[in-house]
Write a protein that binds this ligand. Sequence first.
Ligand SMILES: Nc1ncnc2c1ncn2[C@@H]1O[C@H](COP(=O)(O)OP(=O)(O)OP(=O)(O)O)[C@@H](O)[C@H]1O
Length: 957
Amino acid sequence: MSEFIPGQRWISNTESNLGLGLVTSVSNRRVEILFPAVEEERTYAIDNAPLSRVVYPVGEQVRNAAGLKVTITAQQELNGYMVYQVEDDGGEVLVLEERDLDSAVHFSKPHDRLFAGQVDKISQFKLRVETLKNQFAHLQSESYGLLGPRVQLLPHQLYIAHQVSRRFAPRVLLADEVGLGKTIEAGLILHQQLISGKASRALIVVPDSLVHQWLVEMLRRFNLRFTILDELRCEALELSDEGVNPFETAQLVLCNLSFLKSSPDRLVQALDAGWDMLVVDEAHHLVWSEEESSPEYICIEALAREVKGLLLLTATPEQLGVDSHFARLRLLDPDRYYSLQQFRAEEEGYQPVSKLVARLLDEDAREQLKDAPEVFTQLGSYLGDEVAQQLQDELENDSLDQAIQDAVDSLLDHHGTGRVLFRNTRDGVSGFPKRVLHSYPLPEPEFYLESEQQLLAQADLEERLHPELILADRWLEADPRVEWLVDWLKQNRDQKALVICAYADTAKSLEEHLRLYEGIRSSVFHEGMSLVNRDRAAAYFADEDESAQVLICSEIGSEGRNFQFASHLVLFDLPLNPDLLEQRIGRLDRIGQRNDVQIHVPHYEFSAQAILLDWFHRGLNCFERACPVGQVLFDQFLDQLIPALFEEYDEANTEQLISSTRAEADRLLEQLQQGRDQLLELNSCNPVKAAAIAESMEVTGNSIELSSYMERMFDQFGVEQQVHSSQSIILSPGDHMHHESLPGLPADGMTATYSRALALGREDIQFLTWEHPLVMGTMDIVVNGDFGNTAVCSIKLPPLKPGTLLLEAIFTLHCAAPKQLQVQRYLPQTLSRIVVDTNGTDLSAILTETHINNLAERVGRRQAVDIVKHTRSEIGQMVERVEAIADTQQPAMLAQATENVARLLGAEQERLSALAAVNPNIRQEEIDFLAHTRAELEHHLQSASLKLDAIRVIVAT
Ligand SMILES: Nc1ncnc2c1ncn2[C@@H]1O[C@H](COP(=O)(O)OP(=O)(O)OP(=O)(O)O)[C@@H](O)[C@H]1O
């Protein structure tokens, strides 16, 4: 280490962003350095200061403190202090003392750093190259944006996310059956859009009861931190900052629908705030008819018109009839869905397409198609004669299966609803447990008082289905369902049960009774409670140790909630609508349920409840399976069902109703299966592709590779790593951090794992993937900074004469373009690596990377600086030579990038344009967007260039 003298210029080896430092004072053991560019002062111990002396050679261009550019023509050292003779652009000769040099220097080029004495370790150089490769591989991977979330890799979800997330401003209806993971699908899409820069502002609108669940799911599973906005919060924001639009204070906002609906001013603010994505959960609340729209609908319609990307989520797309289903599709694309009448006609048109697809996919298609000229005629009418002829020509070939698959894909593309509507069913997704019905016929209350009997005779349907309304004040003691429930809970103390009833009042008094009079640990959950209290109740029920045995929920309170840790569901009463029944069962019958779902229905024998139960079970079979035609049957049989519920129990009548419902159900199911549903199913998930995506994610997400890489990164950055358990570690900022702080690493540390399986079970542990903020942030620091971009090493390689000097240079193709263009997807290869000797001979192919890495030996820092000092002009010449070689490679790389753009985007552009001619589900906006993106990419690629990223000087010994 040279001696420190006030006025000298030094640079920090670890924080070169501080610029040129100026020695201000030197004492026995300490040196004070001022970094004028950032106005910071540091004190270092002299014997191990991580500093390099900066002395510029003759010929170097520098600036003085006033910013004047000059060239050094001579230099002189006076007792360790440098005085330069310089010449400005006009040829005037000046004297420049080193203390007057510009402090805001940044050695952006690796050789400038090297010449300034900043030599990194070989391990850092290797890590830099590895980081460049890793980052590039991740950005180009098919699973980009989908790896990071803490979710099980479920093919049906990944398929949808993969299909949708790549689109520009996707507008789709996610309509999987209850509990199959629509929230997760929406989160995956959102995560991908955000991480890729296609979107940066998102608004989620959900029912009141789901606000917290969404907040938690987005944070724990997707690392997305949403801000909840409600009236109170908005007022507080306005108070602290007058005139502020609360919706503009955060990038990710979550709010409830009733808040937006009930406040026109807030809605205007939300509309003004500019979003890239809007997500609306439980979209079946958006009721619409040709005559009238609900306030909820009007509110979302206004937002949907403003926001480009839109995800609507509903498990029951047709719950409120075809009209409302149409209305939701109309939100997605009003130009396409403009006529209800036409929509109805289209729905019918799916059947012949579906039948054609079924024939093509038949196991015996190879044989059958030989004698089925009508299939080709029909195919020709849908896809053109050329396509039909091509398939016919394949009949005898081995490639027939692929040709059939292509034809089916085209049919789905051209004539399905798949681009806007996705629906997975339990039948198509494996691994769901069984649902088992237990019905408990109970005698009517023995002592229905006379007045109550009269009331019963006059009771309306609500009262008949909810006898507590008739029993009024004495219902808890008189209603046999209460006694049954108490007995069941006492006999099954080790089992958790979710009880659902229609009314909040019923839920409240029942829970109070169980808790206060029967000593049963219970909790209640209904729409009248504050959100905080609801979440508290749910948490008390979910807790593994000191928890409630039973949670009593009202209908609306339980919608969309996750209670799959319990497997007993008590339906204290039955809703009239089968889709609501499915919603109830879906609280337990959802992904993550490990046991069969036991559905208990206590009811009065021979009552309206008993008839409804029978009708649901034997007519619709909707307890033990999800019934996709429930709503249609309900509409169709309502006129017969309602009178039946009012009459005295008549077995023959009931049987008649049930058998005709069953027959109609079978007919409709068959029709659905052959019609839209089959198309929808095929569109929503192609199992082969879905499995391939999941598999490729397993490979890209390989945790061993990531953990070995990150271990080295953490070592280099001074992050402390301690073993926590066999698969988890504790990470904390060490005393000698390379950076003051790392993104995503809290000051008090964190527990983390690379194992998806562990992360799924332990939500308190951070899940480290290529997409975790800490991993991405640390990689960004390396790539965007100068970490490891210079190194000096020695090698023993007999053919090379001792003293031979080599330079290994790494170039990256740089293209400055807006993030959302994702230009990296199109760049041809990660790095260009060039090795030359002092004669300028290109040795890249002979001295491979592995070769040098295996042979490279460490050279001490001081020796390395000496080598650089003495071979500065040779190194300079070799740098010029590698740059010249890179220049020759550049055109081919750019041509390749442009070709990739044409191949990837052009093909998609052509496909969409061709489709748009026959399938109105393609929005012109999407086609225009592709054309625009392509033009933008081609424009930016013109200015792309190979940039020297890192160099390693190699000396043969
Ligand atoms: N890939 C996954 N990995 C882990 N958990 C999942 C996954 N998919 C779904 N789940 C869990 O399964 C449950 C149901 O998922 P989700 O809430 O997304 O379903 P949904 O279709 O939106 O349900 P609903 O129709 O009730 O609104 C949730 O507890 C969710 O966390």
